[in-house]
Design a protein around this ligand. Structure first.
Ligand code: ZN
Ligand code: ZN
Ligand code: FE
Length: 324
């Protein structure tokens, strides 16, 4: 078969969501070779930086996407957007960002905020998704600490679902759904794992993953650029604590995914409340929870314990092993 270059968004009319399709491969490998491409002094990194945000070499989205071919039946759209890699530290040999100081994590968060402010002016994108994958078990091949940003021309499906449900809740009760959840968790405490001046971290009542932690600002805000440096510093503090806990629950560091959920870049979403979601995916040490038939095929998660039990375990680890 002839290799035709494709880089486009394909609309799934059955589920009603976009799939990003690309067979474009950069010929210059960004794979681990004899040197680390993210270390200071590598061809793309240079020297003299604390945090570096680079364009991804294998982007699913591009500023000059190949235009999709017209299709009689199916809908497509150009894969316009940007994919970045956030190199969080020049230090190659740390295991995770929880091994960094609060001040170092603060600089990472400020860099992300600044990038988001830059992207807000591009009228062709609507969403800024920051995420972090950790662990070779979930396919992270480059061990140098890094995370990613996708700036997309559509609202990611999970965010859209949150927007729809929180909007419904707000229309009915005239209150923020997330503020109400925060109040319940602040008073109940059985699922809370950490609390700081400006933030709260807890396992949701409805957690999907074994060690799923949601981190919310206590004040009602929609996007990262609304936060001042004091609140971002405190965000760094609670993120470090929670990731430290996740790392130390078992003898072996737990693989996890972390995503920042915010309102879209444009439009008013007063009913929404930004937050971080972390999914720690070990059920017991070395045993991954898979999104298998029921979860991926059916769409509903099974939880083989209770979030309250997992919160109890995680809270104890954070309190005893993750102080500053
Ligand atoms: Zn490195
Ligand atoms: Zn709120
Ligand atoms: Fe969320």
């Amino acid at each position: 078969m002839e290799h035709k270059k494709v880089q486009e968004l394909r609309w799934d009319p059955v589920l009603g969501e976009w799939v990003m399709v690309s067979n474009i491969r950069d010929l210059r490998p960004w794979q681990p070779q004899s040197f680390c491409p993210f270390c200071p002094g590598a061809p793309e990194t240079g020297v003299g930086w604390d945090v570096l945000i680079l364009k991804n070499r294998f982007p699913m989205l591009s500023e000059e996407p190949i235009l999709p071919e017209k299709h009689e039946f199916y809908s497509t759209a150009p894969s316009y957007g940007k994919c970045y890699v956030v190199i969080e530290t020049p230090k190659h040999d740390i295991d995770d960002i929880s091994d960094l100081s609060t001040a170092e994590i603060y600089r990472v968060l400020e860099s992300i905020k600044k990038k988001q402010e830059e992207e807000m002016v591009d009228p062709k994108v609507v969403y800024f998704l920051f995420f972090r994958n950790k662990g070779k078990e979930i396919g992270v091949s480059l061990t140098h600490p890094h995370s990613q940003i996708y700036v997309t021309p559509f609202i990611p499906s999970k965010i859209l679902r949150e927007l729809i449900n929180s909007n419904k809740y707000y229309s009915k009760k005239r209150r923020c759904l997330f503020c109400d959840i925060i109040n319940v968790e602040r008073n109940g405490k059985e699922r809370t794992v950490a609390i700081t001046d400006h933030w709260i971290a807890f396992l949701p009542f409805y957690a999907h993953w074994p060690f799923e932690v949601h981190i919310y600002p206590l004040t009602h805000v929609q996007v990262l650029p609304q936060l001042n440096s004091e609140v971002i510093e405190d965000m760094a503090r609670i993120v470090r604590k929670v990731l430290c806990g996740i790392k130390k629950v078992f003898e072996k560091p737990m693989p996890y995914m972390m995503t920042l959920h915010q309102a879209p870049l444009r439009g008013t979403y007063k009913f929404y409340h930004m937050h971080i979601e972390i999914y720690g995916i070990y059920r017991v040490v070395g045993k991954l929870k898979y999104a298998a038939g029921m979860e991926t095929g059916g769409g509903n998660f099974t939880y083989d314990s209770t979030p309250e039990e997992a919160a109890h375990i995680l809270r104890n680890i954070i309190d005893t092993k993750c102080e500053e």
